[in-house]
Ligand binder design. Structure first.
Ligand code: NAI
Ligand code: MG
Length: 373
C-alpha cells in the first residue's frame, strides 16, 4: 500500500504534459503515492455535457490530495456548438470545474507563493518572497448575480440607494447586480490561515488588502475581523492597505511585503501581479485548500497553441507538486524539490522558451529531478 492516494487530473491542452513533468520530479524524491487518474475538462463537456463528471467528484472524496493540470473553457455559444449532437438544445450550461470544486469541497484558501528564485531572468526583482492568501469561496465570486434585476429587488435597492444613484431611473432590465457577500466566518478563517502560516514558517508580517474606506460594509467587516485575528498573533506584525495602493506599493517595494491576505477578488488580482513579478505563467502555482482536501495546480491554462509540443515550462506544476507535499506533511521531500528548482534556475543551463532558452518540458523536469537531492 502506498502512503498517499492522489487524484491525478491532467485535463486539456498542455495539462497532461506539465503534470507528467511534475510526476517525474515527485518520483525522483521518492514520494510514495498511488495516483488515481480522474476525468476532467473539455472532452467530457463535449461527450457527456459535464466537464467535471460525478465520478471525478466521488474520486476527490476518497483521496488525500489532488494534482490538477489545466482545462479549456469556451464562451457559451461555442460550448453549445461543440456538444455531442444528442446533448444539444437540452439547456446544458458549462460550469467551471475549478469553481465547482472550490464550492463542493469548501476549498476556502487559495494559496499562492511567489518567490524570485535567484538567477531567473524573468524576475522583476531579486529576493521577492511573497505568499498570497486569497479567500476562495465568497466575496464578489459568491455567484449571486441578477440580470435582469427582479422588480422586488429593484424596489428595495431604490430605497436603500443614495438619491444620486443613476440606476434608480432605469428599468430593471437596463442594469445588473453582482453581490459581494463576505461573512465573518469566511473572513476569519482565511485571515487565520494566513497568520498560522506566518507563525509556522517564521514569517514576520501579514498585510490585509481591502478597500474598506469605500466598500464599507463588506470590506469593513473583513478588516474588522482581520484586526481581531491579528491581536492573537502578537509576534507577527500586522498592516493593511487598500487594493489600489497595494498594487502600486507591490511594484515599488516588493521586498517590504511578506504574507498578504485578501478577499476573493482583490486576492485574485494581487496573485497575478505577484506571480508576474517572479516569472509569470511558467512559475505561478496555487493550492486550493480546505479542511479535508487540497487541490494543487499551475495557475496557467491549457495553452492550446502549445499542446503536444512539450515546450512549455513545467516549473509551475513542479512547484504545485511541492506545495502538495508540504500540505501532506512531506516537508523534507518538498524542500528537496524546491532546492532542485532553485539549482536548475541558478545554473541557467536548462531554460524553457519563456526563460529565453530552448529546453523542452521534459528536459526541464529531468534537470530538476536530478538536482532534487
Ligand atoms: P493560458 O494560460 O492557457 O496561456 C496563455 C499563454 O501563456 C500561452 O499561450 C503561453 O504563451 C503562456 N503560457 C501558459 N502556460 C505556460 C507555461 N507553463 N510555460 C510557458 N508559457 C506558458 O491562457 P489562455 O490562452 O488565455 O487560455 C487558454 C485556455 O485555458 C482557455 O480555454 C482558458 O479558458 C483556459 N484557462 C484555464 C485555466 C485553468 O485550467 N486553471 C486558467 C486560465 C485559462
Ligand atoms: Mg486568475
Amino acid at each position: 500500500m502506498a502512503n498517499h492516494r492522489i487524484a491525478y487530473l491532467p485535463g486539456d491542452g498542455i495539462g497532461p504534459e506539465v503534470l507528467a513533468a511534475a510526476r517525474l520530479v515527485l518520483d525522483s524524491v521518492g514520494f510514495d503515492a498511488e495516483y488515481v487518474p480522474g476525468d476532467i475538462g473539455w472532452r467530457f463537456w463535449c461527450e457527456e455535457g459535464d466537464p467535471f463528471p460525478q465520478r471525478t467528484i466521488d474520486l476527490l472524496h476518497e483521496v488525500d490530495a489532488a494534482l490538477f493540470g489545466a482545462i479549456t473553457s469556451k464562451p457559451a455559444k461555442e460550448a453549445e456548438a461543440e456538444l455531442a449532437p444528442a446533448l444539444r438544445g437540452k439547456g446544458l450550461a458549462y460550469r467551471s470545474p475549478i469553481v465547482r470544486m472550490r464550492q463542493l469541497f469548501d476549498l476556502y484558501v487559495c494559496l499562492r507563493p511567489c518567490k524570485a528564485y535567484p538567477g531567473n531572468p524573468l524576475n522583476y526583482r531579486e529576493e521577492i518572497d511573497l505568499v498570497v492568501f486569497r479567500e476562495n469561496t465568497e466575496d464578489l465570486y459568491a455567484g449571486v448575480e441578477l440580470r435582469p434585476v427582479p422588480p422586488e429587488l429593484s424596489d428595495l435597492l431604490g430605497k436603500v440607494a443614495k438619491p444620486f444613484a443613476p440606476f434608480r431611473e432605469l428599468a430593471p432590465d437596463q442594469y445588473a447586480v453582482s453581490c459581494k457577500i463576505n461573512t465573518r466566518q469566511g473572513s476569519e478563517r482565511i485571515v487565520r490561515a494566513a497568520f498560522e502560516f506566518a507563525r509556522r514558517n517564521g514569517r514576520k508580517k501579514v498585510t490585509a488588502v481591502h478597500k474598506a474606506n469605500v466598500v464599507r460594509a463588506t470590506d469593513g467587516l473583513f478588516l474588522e475581523v482581520a484586526r481581531e485575528v491579528a491581536a492573537e498573533y502578537p509576534e507577527i506584525a500586522f498592516e493593511h492597505a487598500n487594493i489600489d495602493a497595494m498594487c502600486m506599493w507591490l511594484l515599488k517595494n516588493p521586498l517590504q511585503y511578506d504574507v498578504l491576505v485578501a478577499p476573493n477578488l482583490y486576492g485574485d488580482i494581487i496573485s497575478d501581479l505577484c506571480a508576474q513579478m517572479v516569472g509569470g505563467l511558467g512559475f505561478g502555482c496555487s493550492g486550493n485548500i480546505g479542511d479535508e482536501l487540497g487541490v494543487f495546480e499551475p495557475t496557467h491554462g491549457s495553452a492550446p497553441k502549445y499542446a503536444g509540443q512539450r515546450k512549455v515550462n513545467p516549473i509551475a506544476s513542479i512547484l504545485a507538486a511541492k506545495m502538495m507535499l508540504e500540505w501532506l506533511g512531506e516537508g523534507e521531500r518538498a524542500a528537496r524539490i524546491e532546492r532542485g528548482v532553485a539549482r536548475v534556475i541558478a545554473e541557467g543551463r536548462v531554460r524553457t522558451y519563456d526563460m529565453g532558452g530552448t529546453a523542452t518540458t521534459d528536459e526541464m523536469a529531468e534537470a530538476v529531478a536530478r538536482a532534487a537531492h
